[in-house]
Design a protein around this ligand. Sequence first.
Ligand code: AMP
Length: 300
Amino acid sequence: MSAALAARRVGSDAARMQVHRDIPGLRAALPAWRARRARIALVPTMGALHEGHLSLVAAARAAADFVVASILVNPTQFGPDEDLSRYPRDEAGDLAKLRAAGCDLAWLPTVEAMYPAGNATSVQLRGVCDGFEGAARPGHFAGVATVCTKLFLQTGADIAAFGEKDWQQLQVVRRAASDLDIPIRILPVPTVREADGLALSSRNRFLSPMQRATAPLLHAALRRAAARIGAGAALRAVLAEEEAGLRRAGFAPDYLALVEAETLRPLDAMAPGMPMRLLAAARLGTVRLLDNVPLREAIA
Ligand code: AMP
């Protein structure tokens, strides 16, 4: 079967979405859109899609003419002791959601298509990926930067949408694309939250009912800390108090830190006039929760 025939059309005529699983199929599909000078936007995901992912698709649709969403549970960004095998997967549900969200092409490469035998190239960064998630998960950002670089080059996308929820990841891919002169605009998309403030995440389903009730306290702590620091309270004292509060609530905090928003450089004090971000990671049982807020929220 030719690559073009291998492209499976799903859905009604009004909402047709191509699904491709190998590089030749993807390569056959994109030139028609490029010939129309269409702007292509990419939404990289690991599937198990929720409203957070769909807000990226909506932002991509608003910014471009043709939306490609990729789904790959990327093994190279998981450490040996991490949750690769239990990472949630729901391909049929994901495709239905992408179709309903108006995605034009679902790019579902197999692991073998992404990393053929003999594959030996990876993208490594310094600085922006050294601390925080980079320190907690050695090799994670090399896996992220490599897979994102490959997705950028495979699709030739003009724009790629990433969630602010994974703030460090957003800065890592921005840095990698810029350093490698890949002509792509990284589009940041605000974090989608539950009504109680918990950031949507594919991993939230692993929280027990009690942990789920506790989980929003992470965002509450970040917001409170941002407000207090913004109002002039001493940074170290505020962070120590909030971290202690999280421990009392049952979290095992990994970090709670103020950083320069773009470089992730840790700050000891407010740096007026500079975009700053408060970052947090904390475990509840086996589930690691990430969140972050801009510091200006405190002043607003
Ligand atoms: P993942 O499938 O978890 O690798 O996430 C794929 C993309 O969705 C990344 O750019 C994430 O930052 C983004 N994302 C995940 N959760 C949310 C959320 N709650 N709000 C906005 N974007 C999100």
